[in-house]
Design a protein around this ligand. Structure first.
Ligand code: XAN
Ligand code: ZN
Length: 530
């Protein structure tokens, strides 16, 4: 059961593009939803909240000075298995980067021990950075993707999880055998996740054709059909890099443009997330608008792998939905604050290059992209992204007081607009005191062991244990997960990987690989590669 709480304090959000609201507020949360919202704090508003029929048993949480509520960040594009590469590998352009750094790493996620370790880390790190909702690409492996879904569910992060569909132009050891086997594995993941969270409230599958060059025409067609048949969102990459666009032109000579490839295969829907969109032509933008698909602007990775600078203003002026993604590990960090900063600076650089100051994104627009804009692109605009009666309580408590021990120095004369801007440009995870998802406190510097769920506590204590060897850690991790899985009796499902069928997704996918034998080659390779 989720506790009912009346939150009292400064509340900052961007409910629509260009609207920044900074007000004192009294917010009543019942069973994870906002049921009362008064935009002031007085004895009367608190009394009114307490007398609300759904808040009779609510406790009251009052923020301290220099603390405020902010909607949780929504990262609409992040590659979970690439997290170990975050922070290096910036010497080559996109297609070479995939070959040199990305495919070798992702292919190792057939090893579920590795997946456990990396996925635990990426979820807890993004939560500490205030990401309450992430749209993850995983690798092509259904079992590891199921594990990612399960960990998000158990640790409490809202997430879309997509296993990559890719059946061509990829290394033989990291390429699906056929469109049929790719869709079969996707179906396995969808079935697993449907049992994990039947209402798709916390975790939902998302159909993930990696990008046009890594899919045959039959696979693109099958992905479009599958998404339509199961009413699922879709995510992919588009128009990120000039070399990639030329490749798409060569591979799909019958299609007018990169966008037309996706449109032809029914992959552009109101629930489609298109990452990058740096070089879209006017006609492509119009198609994306007509299909009501959205863009995930990934300025950090666009800069890191020198792909280019997307003109967000042009997309917004056209009426296209835009959000923000960290795109780890093209992006060097899963920290959404950095993505916001990079979006700000990219818009300024472009404004200077194109001699048009209108291109500059102001703070309220940047914050919208990172919150409500993300919710809209993921098709969840009515549920999360800002504070409104009926929405879920996915919120951060930001602390810029000296007690936060953060790099944000506030002076007496600073307005709240200035404080907000200082947090965005100077802050870090030390300012994120509380992370609430779906009415539960699950992370943040204030989050005590007693606040955490039992699984989060067990996993956290394991990770803080510096004595235990990596091999023991991996075994213990698996044991913990299995014990919790049994406790909440998650459905045992069948997962297909590399053509084999397995009883439970967290068990091995490779019959020759025994995780208990810590000397096995695979484990040694895993330890060396992490
Ligand atoms: O930034 C990117 N990261 C990826 O993993 C990828 N795959 C295809 N295109 C891509 N772009
Ligand atoms: Zn990407």
């Amino acid at each position: 059961m989720v506790e009912d709480i009346i939150f009292v304090g400064k509340l900052i959000h961007t409910p629509s593009l260009g609207t920044l609201e900074i007000e004192d507020a009294t917010v009543g949360v019942h069973q994870s939803k906002i049921v009362f919202l008064a935009k002031s704090v007085t004895d009367e508003t608190i009394r009114l909240a307490k007398s609300h029929h759904l808040l009779k048993n609510a406790r009251v949480q009052i923020l301290k000075p220099l603390q405020f509520f902010f909607p949780g960040f929504i990262d609409t594009h992040i590659h979970a298995p690439q997290y170990p590469n975050a922070g290096f590998g910036i010497d080559v352009p996109l297609l070479k980067w995939l070959e040199k750094y990305t495919f070798p790493l992702e292919s190792s996620f057939r090893n579920l021990d590795k997946a456990l370790e990396v996925y635990y880390r990426v979820i807890t790190r993004t939560l500490a950075y205030g990401t309450t909702f992430a749209s993850y690409f995983s690798s092509l492996h259904a079992p590891a993707s199921a594990l990612l879904a399960e960990l998000c569910f158990l640790l409490g992060q809202r997430a879309y999880i997509g296993k990559c569909n890719m059946d061509t132009l990829s290394p033989p050891h990291y390429c699906e055998k056929s469109p049929e086997s790719s869709i079969e594995a996707t179906n396995v993941l969808v079935s697993f996740m449907s049992k994990l969270d039947p209402e798709r409230k916390m975790v939902s599958p998302i159909v993930t054709p990696r990008f046009a060059p890594s899919c045959t025409k039959d696979l693109l067609q099958a992905c479009g059909n599958f998404a339509a048949a199961h009413d699922l969102p879709i995510q992919t990459h588009i128009s990120e890099n000039r070399g990639e666009i030329a490749l798409v032109r060569d591979l799909f000579p019958d299609r007018k443009s990169y966008t037309d490839v996706y449109d032809h295969y029914r992959l552009l829907t109101p629930k489609t997330v298109l990452a990058h969109g740096v070089y879209l032509e006017d006609e492509e933008i119009e198609t994306i608008l007509n299909r009501q698909s959205g863009i995930s602007h990934c300025p950090t990775s666009n800069a890191v792998i020198a792909s280019g600078m997307a003109n967000v203003r042009r997309l917004l002026d056209a009426g296209v939905k835009v959000s923000l993604g960290t795109d780890v590990s093209g992006g060097y960090t899963p920290n959404m604050l950095i993505a916001i900063r990079q979006a700000a600076l990219t818009s300024r650089s472009l404004a200077s290059v194109l001699k048009d100051t209108r291109i500059i994104l102001d703070l309220s627009e940047l914050l919208y992209l990172a919150t409500q804009g993300g919710a809209e692109v993921l098709g969840r605009g009515a549920e999360v992204g800002s504070f409104e009666e009926g929405k879920n309580w996915d919120a951060l408590v930001i602390d810029v007081s000296p007690q936060s021990n953060s790099p944000v120095d506030v002076y007496e004369h600073d307005s709240w607009e200035h404080i907000l801007s200082k947090w965005i440009f100077n802050g870090d995870d030390r300012n994120i005191a509380q992370v609430w998802v779906n009415g539960k406190l699950i992370a943040g510097t204030d989050c005590k062991v007693e606040d955490m769920s039992p699984i989060a506590t067990s996993l956290a204590s394991l990770y803080m244990d510096s004595v235990i060897s990596p091999v023991q850690k991996s075994l213990r991790l698996r044991e913990i997960l299995e014990s919790f899985t049994n406790t909440i009796s998650l459905p045992v499902t069948q997962c297909v990987n590399d053509g084999k069928v397995h009883a439970e997704p967290w068990k091995h996918t490779n019959e020759n690989y025994d995780h208990k034998k810590s000397t096995s080659m695979e484990r040694k390779q895993f330890l060396r590669s992490t």
